[in-house]
Design a protein around this ligand. Sequence first.
Ligand SMILES: Nc1ncnc2c1ncn2[C@@H]1O[C@H](COP(=O)(O)OP(=O)(O)OP(=O)(O)O)[C@@H](O)[C@H]1O
Ligand SMILES: [Mg+2]
Length: 594
Amino acid sequence: MVSHLRMSEPKPKKPISSHRWIFGYLMAEKAIFLPSLAALFFTAMLSLAFPWFLKELIGNPTDALKDGVDPQQVLAKSNRVVLELIAVLGLQAFIAFFRVQGFIRSGESALNRLRRDLFAHLVRLPMRFFHEQRSGALSNRIAADLGVVRETLLTTVPQAVRQSVILVGGLTFIFIASWKLSLIMLGSVPLVVLAIAFFGRKVRGYSKAAQDSLADAGTVIEETVQGIADVKSFTNEPFESGRYGRALESFFGVTMKGAKSRAAFLSFIIFALFGTIAFVAWFGAHMLANGEIDATNFVSFILFSIFVGASLGSFPEIISQLQQTSGATERLRELLDAQPERTDGDAEVKLGGALAFDHLSFRYPSRPDVQVLEDLSFTVEPGQRVALVGPSGAGKSTTFSLILGFNDPDVGSVRFDGRPASSLSLQALRSQIAIVPQEVLLFGGSIRENIEYGKPGASLEEIQAAARLANADDFIAALPEGYETLVGPRGTKLSGGQRQRIAIARAILADPRILLLDEATSALDSESERLVNEALERLMQGRTSLVIAHRLSSVRHADRILVFNHGRIVESGTHDELIDHNGTYRFLVDTQLL
Ligand SMILES: Nc1ncnc2c1ncn2[C@@H]1O[C@H](COP(=O)(O)OP(=O)(O)OP(=O)(O)O)[C@@H](O)[C@H]1O
Ligand SMILES: [Mg+2]
């Protein structure tokens, strides 16, 4: 209840802009970032030397020749100018070598810290956060957003600095060359550039829509490949192909809409931009003819104009990238602002093994209309074995999730040794509770690592001992690579019974005070079942255990059986008592639903 309230509090207003937030990450690397930035300023200014020297080369000799000066002198000057140019280029190249590395180093370090922060925060978010996400959507979104931020830090920021320097420097030089011609140009070209930026925005809008629609088509592939066994077994290959075809058609439609804008955009550029340039050149030629500008300055003007134009042309792209980054960082910060699980409560608590639900009611926040648990009360003594039975959807797994503190009750409380769970540290609680889930998912990694998950840092001997108790040692030893066999998504496939025994070994290693067992609904063959049952028997020894049971064999020996129906406990007692009672349990047993 407490943390539930905390979660729904309005988010605090963000004190700083997204760009400054990201910049903060960069500034943590300032020892490398700032010198790289300074070097970038310097090399960007040096890059203006190129048109400068070209102008000297092209402009001066012609002037000189006109005045009837010795061609030898012109040649000597050309040689000097070229040598100087080469020296400047060499210096620029030398600095660039370190500057580029500096930017990558500071950018990637900043990104790595951001990635670490995000991940560390993500794993601390409450279960309900993950329930509200579409599977795969979250990781895809984070990856895409980080991609945008990465592009900005490594490419756009240096680009923006560089182009700004060139723009300002270039403008200075063209004004020096001829302020009159500069004003003419500034009067006409920016209008065209603005128009291009406006058009470009529209075109990008379409290309974004096209990307999204292509991503939808990608989702069809992803879903199909993931569920390929189902696709094949239902012979739904044509259905999936059809689905993909339709997604592609819709992508095509969006693309063609964009194509028209794109074509218009290009035609416009060709005509308007180059037309304007022609106009300015024409005007300059007139000035040249009237002696209002000399040849050197005219050449200088044209060369620097090309640089200014190119840098101006790169700004729409830079601005759009910065806008995208704004969106991406906004989403990343939202994630970082999401309230993590509580970290308060008694962290030193040692569980005695008693457990109680006290008039507990619960609904999933994502489905507030369904009362999943209603006024649930029961107590479990230390070391007792309690079975939870009942139809599908009755609330058994939900009961476990409340014990683990994945969800908080709306009303009532969970108590450990009489103390409310909310007064205990989640970390301390969970470290003394182990769960063997209904569907065991193994992590990508070796069998050894998967068992070690129960107690990080356990020795191989401990792991093997646990595996022996879990009846898993034999089949593991029979695998060619034994404990080092890779399992999980991209490793050796294990059978359901084998996976369960690995989960049991993991729980044995964790040595919990309270054990939660969500029995597999899928039937195991009798030999597998015997091995699993034997292992479970050992695991439950001396611990409080709650078993969600789907087999009569597992409930027979329970100290108590709780029969769930529609989120309530409708009956409780031992097997014999409940059989005599002639109620729901008796019905489940008689109809062999158990
Ligand atoms: N994350 C969730 N968000 C919303 N509703 C949920 C969520 N998990 C379960 N439910 C709903 O809560 C109810 C109880 O589900 P629960 O998983 O506890 O049933 P169960 O008794 O374990 O069933 P089964 O025997 O099939 O495993 C169901 O109606 C289910 O649809
Ligand atoms: Mg369940």
